[in-house]
Design a protein around this ligand. Structure first.
Ligand code: SAH
Length: 367
């Protein structure tokens, strides 16, 4: 029987659980510091705690819920040519790529991937998963290929952030969190928000709430719930198509919702929080990258205070789709700009280790 992981407790429950064992407050704070700031993976390293206490804790609890079963790094200058060309053409210019990917295994044997991204503006971003597998079945995404298994717990979500944080050197600190790994975050919102609460707490990793982005396929109920909570997180919506006919095909979840309901929820979010919503738009060669799609997208968004993030399709072996040429990406970008839309291209990271958007899975892909 696995012991309970301390990460399953939120800050109040963590303190209550240890204080109930008659630990004085300062000891509890020491333990929290060890886990969150000093990156301890084991009670044995907590050398300012009495040995008897370390042993007692180790008998009753685990720090982590799971184990790291694989760790991959992508190499500098390993970006593909199309990426480079596109970047030169659009003055993007974040050329370093020291992306790392972890595969974590939980007690029931299920696995998820999570990614640490670095850029040369000193941004250090953890990209984390919220579910084992995904039920959304977006046609272009690797994460749902093997179906949905289960929601991750609060501890399992928080653990991904801590494990990625452990990969940083002493000169680096985690600056951003993106909930863009495997799974649909709005369908597992409560554990996610609980984990983010801790990751953004001043006595924990202290990542700024404004630098946390939750990306959703577009679940209006979840978007409203997020808007109504008092947290300052950013919202990204995976729109990917400017009309329901096309969106129903490539994002099947749309059949139950429809674009207008999603936009209504996005407007509600903006009205309530004053934070601009990001609309993600994957560009797939000859599927949704044509001039008429750009025109329709401008019509949908031109009166909204929004940002569009274009994501050139990242290849997935089993799937028949292709990345558009750099000139097609540029044409789409320019049409949105001319339509008055604030638009950016999200460049691929994690070249060679399948760590980019839509490439994360329940397991490392067997080559
Ligand atoms: N379920 C959430 C988080 C998913 S991943 C959501 O749908 O937003 C983050 C982004 O990567 C989403 O916009 C997703 O649609 C996109 N994506 C999925 N597969 C992709 C691929 N092969 N290439 C590029 N982006 C992809």
């Amino acid at each position: 029987m696995p012991r309970t992981s301390l990460l399953e407790f939120d800050a109040a429950a963590f303190r209550a659980e240890l204080e109930k064992r008659e630990l004085p407050k300062f000891r509890v704070e020491q333990i929290r510091r060890w886990i969150f700031s000093r990156k301890a993976a084991d009670f044995a390293v907590m050398t300012d705690l009495p040995i008897s206490l370390r042993c007692e804790l180790a008998e009753k609890f685990d720090i982590f819920c799971g184990t790291v079963v694989a760790h991959q790094k992508s190499h500098e200058n390993a970006e593909d040519q199309s990426n480079k060309k596109c970047r030169q053409e659009s003055n993007g210019g974040n050329s370093i790529d020291h992306t790392e990917k972890l595969l974590l295994e939980w007690h029931d044997g299920h696995r998820v991937e999570c990614v640490l991204l670095r850029d040369n503006r000193n941004h250090r971003t953890a990209c984390i998963s919220t579910q084992v597998g995904c039920a959304m079945k977006c046609l272009f995404c690797a994460s749902g290929l093997d179906g949905f298994v289960r929601n991750l717990t609060r501890g399992e979500i928080f653990e991904q952030i801590l494990r990625l944080n452990q990969l940083l050197s002493d000169h680096e600190r985690l600056t951003h969190l993106v909930i863009m790994g495997t799974g649909e975050p709005m369908l597992n919102l409560k554990p996610l928000l609980s984990a983010l609460d801790d990751a953004t707490a001043a006595d924990s990793l202290d990542v700024s709430k404004r630098r946390v982005t939750i990306s959703t396929v577009g679940i209006p109920r979840g978007i409203k719930q997020l808007a109504d909570s008092d947290v300052m997180y950013r919202l990204a919506i995976s729109l990917h198509a400017p009309n329901n006919v096309l969106r129903n095909k490539i994002v099947p979840q749309n059949q139950h919702v429809g674009i207008s309901e999603i936009l209504k929820a996005a407007d509600y979010f903006f009205g309530k929080t004053g934070r601009r919503v990001t609309f993600e738009y994957i560009l797939i060669d000859r599927v949704n990258d044509q001039p008429e799609h750009a025109r329709e997208l401008v019509q949908l968004l031109k009166h909204r205070t929004a940002i569009v993030n274009l994501i050139p399709f990242n290849p997935v072996t089993e799937l028949p789709y292709r990345t558009p040429s750099p000139s097609a990406v540029r044409r789409f970008l320019q049409m949105l700009e001319q339509g008055g839309i604030d638009v950016k291209i999200r460049f691929k990271r994690g070249n060679g280790i399948n760590a980019a958007c839509g490439q994360l899975r329940r397991d490392f892909r067997k080559e």
